[in-house]
Structure formats: structure tokens, C-alpha cells
Design a protein around this ligand. Structure first.
Ligand code: ADP
Ligand code: MG
Length: 139
């Protein structure tokens, strides 16, 4: 059993696509926690700290603080890899047919969803947003 962190990003929430994306997540994995937040600068920078040296870091933080997001913890067998597959490539131009990013992303930055990429990052990201008491294991 594995857990991963999902964020429906501000572009997808603003476009009214959060519900459709959550439905897709629910068909594939078990949501065990969920909240809507409007991240402030510090919260976005802390979340994306691993990318702070990248040229797109400031733009990414502008984008991620531009409106509310929906943050979820998903649980399931092989949840990290399965959710990465369901999301599709970072750049929607390269995302496979049927993936969330193919359907809902605008470009490589405004790409509708976030998903953890490894067990260590999933653990950090889940604890960044949720306390133990907020995680309702349904396994
Ligand atoms: P992923 O979200 O697929 O794990 P990364 O971890 O590499 O991708 O990047 C984090 C986020 O930063 C991406 O989801 C996207 O919003 C943004 N991003 C990544 N690469 C670029 C880029 N070349 N230009 C602009 N934004 C980018
Ligand atoms: Mg990543």
C-alpha cells in the first residue's frame, strides 16, 4: 500500500475542472484526505523548494499562488507510479491520450495537476499539508 500527494492546480480549479479531475482520481485510487487552499508565497516556495534553482521557479510560484488549489492524498497499490501515469507528461504536448494533463493542461507550467514522484517526496509532500489526524486510511 502506498500514498501519494495530488494537487489540482489553480488553472484547473479556475476552469471549473476540479470535479472532473477528482472523479478520475477516484476511479483509479482511494482519496484519504482532501482540502482546498489558496497558497501564499512562502507555502508555495517551501513546497517546491527542490526546484528553487530552476529558471521557472519564480513563475511557478506566481502560478501556484494565483488561485485556490485542491490538495488530496491518494492511497493504493503502487499509487505513486499509477497516479504519475494517469497525470501524463509534464508538458501536455507530450502527454498520452486519456491522461489528465492531455485533457486539462494548458502548457508545461499550467499543467492542471501535481503528483509526487517517489516515496521520499510523497512522504515530505503529504506531511507538508496534512497532519496524521487528517489522514483517514480506508485500506
Ligand atoms: P512534474 O510536475 O511532472 O513532476 P517537475 O517536477 O519537473 O514536473 O516540475 C514541477 C512543475 O514545474 C511542473 O508540473 C510545471 O508546473 C512546472 N515546470 C516544469 N518544467 C517547466 C518548464 N520548463 N517551464 C515552466 N514550468 C515548468
Ligand atoms: Mg515533480
Amino acid at each position: 500500500m502506498e500514498r501519494t500527494l495530488s494537487i489540482v492546480k489553480p488553472d484547473a480549479v479556475a476552469a471549473g475542472n476540479a470535479g472532473k479531475i477528482i472523479a478520475l482520481l477516484e476511479e483509479n485510487l482511494r482519496p484519504i484526505a482532501m482540502k482546498m487552499m489558496h497558497l501564499d508565497r512562502k507555502q508555495a516556495e517551501g513546497f517546491y523548494a527542490v526546484h528553487r534553482e530552476r529558471p521557472f521557479f519564480a513563475d511557478l510560484c506566481d502560478f501556484m499562488t494565483s488561485g485556490p488549489v485542491v490538495i488530496m492524498v491518494l492511497e493504493g497499490e503502487n499509487a505513486i507510479a499509477r497516479y504519475r501515469e494517469l497525470m501524463g507528461a509534464t508538458n501536455p504536448a507530450q502527454a498520452a491520450e486519456g491522461t489528465i494533463r492531455k485533457q486539462f493542461a494548458t502548457n508545461i507550467e499550467r499543467n492542471a495537476v501535481h503528483g509526487s514522484d517517489a516515496p521520499e517526496t510523497a512522504a515530505f509532500e503529504i506531511s507538508y499539508f496534512f497532519s496524521k489526524l487528517e489522514l483517514h486510511s480506508r485500506g
